[in-house]
Design a protein around this ligand. Structure first.
Ligand SMILES: NC(=O)c1ccc[n+]([C@@H]2O[C@H](COP(=O)([O-])OP(=O)(O)OC[C@H]3O[C@@H](n4cnc5c(N)ncnc54)[C@H](OP(=O)(O)O)[C@@H]3O)[C@@H](O)[C@H]2O)c1
Length: 220
């Protein structure tokens, strides 16, 4: 099996890439140096390179993201919006657009790594929440576009790559009393890879964070 992982040099993406390799996938793990995925031309070049090097694509995981920066409302700039929308919203679309023919040929799967922020109005992260909501919609749009040959799903993680000094507080905000890991996200990807009747939906991997009472008034 052959996989491209964008954001494969980041905290979540590198963990996903390692796990896929351990499960027998051949993986191209891409970072920013492999192209700016907010640009259609770079997204297409990266996907074509991956398909050539790997001999096709069975799985594309889009874990590239940028612009997760807290800002009070008055301080949000156009640059903040461009960063948040770039790799997350535009990148999801252009990677999906470029990968469509390869995934149709292999009857493969595109997974967009979303965020519980798609469903939460965090005032300090307005561009990020909006970009994540856009991305969650693209999961559904692209699923319709690539069907019936290929599938598109989202995974909305909660706290899965948390700074060490934040672990205790973030763990207390989940129903399960722990933070997650990139491996928890990889488990969900491996499930989706074999779930042939699942498309156009997002799997929340958050330890119950969205449902927890303790975090109701909080933002990350
Ligand atoms: N961390 C969490 O707990 C958590 C929770 C929920 C959702 N998520 C989501 O998971 C995704 C990854 O998060 P992370 O924590 O792993 O972030 P991260 O450590 O900051 O990694 C971001 C990755 O995206 C790449 N990237 C950024 N902008 C790019 C661009 N314009 N073009 C191409 N690649 C670009 C980076 O490449 P370079 O390494 O070259 O800079 C890096 O590989 C994000 O969408 C995030 O919203 C994360």
């Amino acid at each position: 099996m052959r996989a491209l992982v964008t954001g494969g040099t980041g905290r979540v993406g590198s963990g996903i890439a390692r796990r896929l390799e351990a499960e027998g996938y051949r993986v191209l793990a891409a970072g920013r140096r492999d192209g700016d995925l907010s640009r259609a031309v770079d997204a297409r070049a990266l996907v074509e390179r991956a398909a050539t090097e790997l001999g096709g694509l069975d799985l594309v995981v889009h874990a590239a993201g940028d612009g997760f920066v807290p800002r009070v409302l008055e301080d949000v700039t156009e640059e903040d919006w461009d960063a948040a929308l770039g790799a997350t919203a535009k990148g999801s679309f252009f990677v999906g657009q470029a990968a469509a023919s390869h995934l149709r040929a292999s009857r493969g799967l595109l997974v967009l790594i979303e965020d519980v922020a798609a469903y939460q109005p965090w005032v300090s992260f307005a561009p990020h929440c909006a970009a994540k909501a856009a991305q969650a919609m693209l999961t559904r749009v692209l699923a319709r576009a690539l069907a019936p040959e290929a599938r598109v799903c989202g995974i909305a993680p909660g706290p899965v790559a948390v700074e060490p000094d934040e672990v205790e507080r973030r763990a207390a905000e989940t129903l399960l009393g722990r933070v997650g890991s990139p491996d928890d996200v990889a488990d969900a990807i491996l499930y989706l890879a074999r779930a042939d009747f699942v498309t156009g939906t997002s799997l929340v991997v958050d330890g119950g964070w969205l449902l927890s009472e303790t975090r109701r008034q909080r933002e990350p």
